[in-house]
Design a protein around this ligand. Structure first.
Ligand code: C5J
Length: 232
């Protein structure tokens, strides 16, 4: 029997089946959230992303308790940069470029400390971790196959940054037919105005890319009133 829940959201209530829903946590990596990583190398104040951690943590706990499929993503590149487009590496005037050494290892490179997900949100054994070379989580990854195999129809999306990797992933997912619910306070940006605009763009025009709701509205819906049905 479907475990359906209706979540109050913008632009209107969204009904999901918990057994066909995945929590997707985008790029909550040290490279974006901590000093000395990719985000700071671009001149950003990384402390602005810290507020998203507790709501992400609450969503993660609720999703685990309810037996939802949990997907973590990480943006990064192979050590030889073979999957890093030169145009991406050359972009801007950062203090350190992708692949350069930094206090958390080479910037945005898989296997380095900066590439890790922050300890508060560390993946549990068995949870899906998608390594992505782009901003969107579907480009050049196995995410579509993972979701199809599990019969997933709806995504609860959170992470960083709102207007870059969260937005790109939601747009990719929306085009693939997924219903995306973006959790507003569980996303973060180095640019508060872009965060607000990004969320507004998702819900505008009748939900052109998806739905938006705060964690306070999403958490009670995910809570396992009738117990988990998916193996953790
Ligand atoms: C960025 C991301 N901002 N995860 N990546 O470069 O949003």
């Amino acid at each position: 029997m479907p475990r359906t829940r209706t979540i109050p959201a913008e632009p209107g209530p969204l009904t999901i089946d918990l057994d066909a829903t995945a929590l997707v946590i985008i790029d909550m990596q040290r490279d974006f959230l901590e000093p000395g990583g990719f985000g700071e190398s671009l001149g950003n104040d990384v402390s602005l992303l810290a507020a998203a951690v507790p709501p992400c943590r609450a969503l993660l706990a609720a999703a685990r308790a309810a037996g939802l499929l949990v997907v973590h993503t990480r943006e990064g590149h192979a050590p030889d940069l073979s999957d890093a487009p030169p145009a991406k590496v050359a972009r801007g005037a950062p203090r350190a470029r992708i692949g350069d050494p930094g206090p958390m290892g080479r910037i945005l490179i898989r296997g380095e400390a900066g590439h890790d997900i922050v300890p508060d949100l560390a993946p549990a054994p068995g949870e899906i971790v998608i390594d992505k070379p782009g901003k969107g989580a579907f480009y050049a990854t196995g995410l579509a196959a993972v979701l199809a195999e599990r019969g997933i129809a709806s995504l609860i999306v959170c992470g960083v940054t709102t207007e870059v990797c969260v937005h790109t992933t939601v747009r990719e997912a929306n085009d693939r037919g997924y219903r995306c619910l973006v959790v507003s306070d569980a996303c973060g940006s180095y640019f508060p105005a872009f965060h607000e605009a990004g969320l507004a763009m998702i819900a505008a025009q009748g939900g052109i890319f998806g739905w938006v709701a705060p964690s306070a509205a999403v958490l009670p819906a995910v809570a396992p009133v009738d117990g988990p049905s998916r193996a953790a």
